[in-house]
Write a protein that binds this ligand. Structure first.
Ligand SMILES: C[S@@+](CC[C@H](N)C(=O)[O-])C[C@H]1O[C@@H](n2cnc3c(N)ncnc32)[C@H](O)[C@@H]1O
Length: 306
């Protein structure tokens, strides 16, 4: 059993500090869903434009380039460890760009996962391309796969349809890149937007489900999970980002801060505008009994009382 770096008071948010390759071997919990935003291995000294300034795009040592063989080995190992942590009907979502996503898809197939969709996230406000020698990079991909070839997975079809003007939701999602409003607890160089994670979580989980993120960063997955009344466990190797995650989770203890975030999230706004959802209700239509669902039952790690 591993000790949590941070545990929320109602046990709906657990974070472990350390190396995912080591820690994943030390607990045997099974999750309903995994989201992973692994290193894309593209920190090779490139440049970009941010707020009118030329900046280096290096994200950190953890994102430094690897050979294709090293990248495959890395992806194969963490995806193998994660498959063991999924329930039989569980699904995994993995984000990437062309740098890593083909390796991820190959490894998923090799390990026996069944690929369900590849979502194209089209950023409505992408950064400009300063070299003017390529098309602007405005997309990222998220592979959605289930653990088992034969065991059926959850998909909240009707909810996804409601979010798309009563038409079937497609695999191209037009959502904004990260906003300033979601950086109130500090900056992570590759922080994902809450609107993206909320859509993913609503698509394939129910209230009270457990969601895991092996490369948590600032724990966007955990914040989106808790805003949707789901439970979260994550692993992050940087203490700085663990501290940022804790601050983000503490921020939403304050109801006004929580509402403020929810008012910015695209799918919550759509449901509220259609009068199909009050921010005090569970998005699946039940009246919220927020706070009591996380306290009981088994936890992925850290069973010790505080
Ligand atoms: C792409 S970022 C994730 C960002 C996250 N989705 C967010 O919204 O903040 C990847 C994270 O994985 C962490 N990481 C990389 N290798 C790791 C490992 N072996 N074990 C645990 N964390 C790792 C990095 O420190 C980094 O914060």
């Amino acid at each position: 059993m591993i000790e949590a770096y941070y545990k929320s008071s109602n046990n709906d948010f657990l974070l472990a500090y350390g190396d995912t390759f080591q820690l994943l071997k030390n607990f045997s919990f099974k999750f309903d869903m995994i989201f992973a935003d692994p290193p894309y291995f593209l920190s090779n000294g490139g440049i970009s434009l941010q707020s009118g300034k030329v900046v280096c795009v290096n994200k950190g040592d953890w994102d430094k380039g690897k050979t294709p063989e090293e990248m495959n080995e890395f992806n194969l190992e963490w995806l193998r460890l994660c498959r063991d942590k999924l329930k039989d009907n569980g699904t995994i979502w993995v984000s990437g760009t062309y740098h890593n996503i083909f390796s991820v898809a190959n490894c998923l197939t090799k390990l026996g996962y069944k690929i369900l969709n590849v979502i194209t996230w089209q950023k409505t406000n992408p950064p400009i391309n300063i070299s003017c020698r390529f098309f602007t990079y405005s997309t990222e991909f998220i592979v959605w796969a289930r653990k088992n070839q034969k065991v059926s997975h959850k998909y909240n079809y009707e909810l996804m349809k409601r979010l798309n003007d009563n038409k079937q939701m497609t695999d191209v999602w037009r959502l904004p890149a990260i906003g300033r409003w979601e950086k109130s607890c500090g900056k992570h160089p590759t922080q994902k937007p809450l609107s993206l994670l909320t859509r993913i979580i609503l698509a394939c989980t129910d209230k009270g489900d457990w969601i895991f993120d092996p490369f948590s960063g600032s724990s966007t997955t955990g914040i989106a999970a808790n805003l949707c009344n789901r439970k979260f466990a994550g692993i992050e190797q940087s203490e700085e980002f663990c501290a940022m995650s804790k601050a983000r989770r503490e921020e939403i203890e304050d109801v006004r801060q929580r509402m403020n975030l929810m008012h910015h999230i695209v799918d919550f706004k759509t449901l509220e505008a259609n009068k199909q959802f009050s921010l005090f209700d569970d998005v699946n239509g039940n009246t919220s009994c927020e706070g009591d669902y996380g306290l009981y039952g088994d936890l992925p790690f850290d069973t010790k009382p505080e």
